[in-house]
Ligand binder design. Sequence first.
Ligand code: BTN
Length: 255
Amino acid sequence: MLNDPTLIPELDVRAIDGWTLHEFAEVTSTNSLAAHLPAWSAVRAGVQTAGRGRTGRPWVSDEGGLWLSAVVPTPGDPARWSLLPLAAGWAVRKVARALGVTAARLRWPNDILVGRQKLAGVLVDRFSADAAVVGIGLNVANRPEATDLALAGLVTRLADLLPDPPAPAALLVRLLTALTMEHHRLETGDVAGLCRDLNGAWLHRHVHVTLAGGRGAINGHLEGIDPFGSLLLRNPVGEVHVLPPHLIELLREIF
Ligand code: BTN
């Protein structure tokens, strides 16, 4: 049973390619709702009143964007699933590119950018050991900067990039299909394939990394990620730091 204090009645429940999709006009956060659902469930809302971004930031989720959460099973060795946030970002990048946004790129770990502007973001929550919630926020025809002036110039939308962006219903089918494929790749143990794809695609590699817990910061060259999802960062004297995601508070690209 879905449990949300501000829940507006559900608009629709339907089956899509192996997924059960629950649609709402408005929720607090689709990730929070999805936490109560079994694997292969998905939740989409027209608006989120308390959308969540990575590192505890709010995520502006106004009308016209795609706010989607998908529950995927994560059986067996947890190490295999440490790359799930990266795999989910790769899935969104693939969809954006297939739509014609050929400049869509990833910024570690899973921001989808065009140039220096953010098109989409991914938040993976682990509410239990055997499943994860993959939350995807995609700016389509919404106006995030109208809600938060500080976002002006920092965000972009499919409507700015494509003459005729697909409707949310078509977009979510593409996203769920791409996510299923990337999930399958991890489930079958093809971590090397994912690392190869990702490491061939990082575009701006001169980065500034702020370490978590006040451990300082490192400027360096992003060498890539390793099969455990750690970031490999070469500092100016040539040493390579292996940084698991939980040790990284923020990565900024230096232009
Ligand atoms: C980020 O880049 O900070 C991640 C943003 C993730 C936003 C999505 S929108 C759907 C899902 N529900 C949430 O509350 N957050 C994610």
